[in-house]
Design a protein around this ligand. Structure first.
Ligand code: ZN
Length: 361
């Protein structure tokens, strides 16, 4: 099954399959995927009208923009009390777990379900029930065990699905609800299908000895063409990839570390505040800034990340070399000896690797 059946009913929701076009790889990367996990999200958007249909419109709008005007953000399904929209086929990856593009990452292995939380929804409980029915159907279709139905939080540390986590204190109750829905459902035709033959390929970690990125990608059945390596490099924060030995080694290391990564909670970042009054201080959207950095040390642009950790971050934009960005203070990340600048990007806190910024005022 590549898509749900358009017009069918799941829970009490009517399914609408409306796949976004290919073109913008930050929305529809079109990497092939054999789903082994399901990631549960809340949209984080409680605004009036932010229902499944609105999220479908939003993701289509993003898919039609150029990557320079979007960030890496996409998911397979949006669910509310009345509808389930499918935006991305199940045999393709999407960017929703914030844990990079390593082999075992959620982005590369999980189907992403966003549960809407708009305040004007008539029956939020029904939206969750629809998502549970959907998860059960997908578990049966793709032989996903209950322990692989996971909150977004377990992939990257992000507090998501926030409505569920806040109400229940953890993901356990929701998981039990899925479990009992799974148990109480009559075996479906898809569940009684023989399970797919186990793959005889090398382990998920791939070839652990080779020093060749091409051999490594082949060992995990990933397209090793220059074109695809360019995509992977971009997603892993390697700017201006041309396939040099150094870049290939860097990419190999990043992909391997992603494959065996353990879950790290999101580092907390507190902006440094000088106690003296400082004329350079301004406030942007409620965030105090203490000065600016200029982008240096990159060939074209520096990547802007949502968390100060390049292994876990989602790339949310770029800043061209020479341009300036307001900063709140420097954050020392664990995996970058130059740390990360905390900047203000589109009115929100965001992060740029320390070596790409020079304090200018
Ligand atoms: Zn999420």
């Amino acid at each position: 099954m590549i898509t749900l059946k358009n017009g069918s009913t799941i829970g009490k929701a009517t399914v609408i399959v409306d796949i976004v076009p290919k073109g913008n790889v930050e929305i529809r990367p079109a990497y092939s995927m054999k789903p082994t996990q399901i990631a549960i999200h809340n949209t984080g958007n409680s605004g009036r009208g932010a229902n499944a249909k609105a999220h479908n419109t939003y993701i289509h709008n993003m898919a039609n923009l150029s990557p320079k005007d979007t960030g890496y953000a996409s998911w397979h399904l949006s669910v509310d009390d009345k509808n389930i929209y499918q935006h991305i086929p199940f045999n393709e990856t999407a960017w929703h777990t914030g844990d990079g593009s390593g082999v075992g990452s959620g982005n590369m292995t999980a189907i992403g379900i966003e549960i809407c939380e708009n305040v004007d929804m008539k029956d939020y409980h029904q939206a969750e029930e629809n998502a549970i029915a959907l998860a059960v159907l997908l578990m049966k279709e793709f032989n996903v065990p209950i322990d692989k139905v996971r909150p977004h939080q377990s992939f990257s540390g992000k507090y998501c699905p926030r409505v569920i986590l806040k109400r229940d204190g953890s993901f356990d109750k929701f998981k039990s609800r899925i479990k009992s829905a799974y148990g109480s459902e009559k075996p479906s035709s898809s569940a009684s299908k023989p399970s797919p033959k186990p793959q005889t390929q090398t382990s998920k970690k791939g070839d652990t000895k080779t020093t060749s990125i091409v051999d490594y990608l082949k060992s995990i059945n990933v397209d090793s063409s220059l074109e695809n390596r360019k995509k992977l490099a971009k997603e892993n924060g390697i700017v201006g990839y041309t396939g040099t030995v150094a870049q290939n080694n860097n990419l190999l290391e990043k992909l391997r570390s992603g494959a065996s990564k353990t879950i790290v909670s999101k580092p907390k970042s507190k902006p440094k505040e000088s106690s003296k009054s400082n004329p350079k201080k301004t406030v942007i959207n409620g965030i105090k800034t203490i000065g600016e950095i200029e982008i240096i040390g990159v060939s074209s642009s520096a990547i802007i990340m949502d968390v100060p950790n390049r292994n876990l971050a989602r790339n949310i934009g770029t800043v061209p070399k020479g341009e300036k960005k307001p900063i709140t203070g420097s954050v020392k990340g664990k995996n970058n000896d130059k740390g990360y600048w905390e900047v203000v990007h589109k009115g929100e806190r965001a992060y740029i690797s320390g070596q790409f910024g020079k304090l200018v005022k």
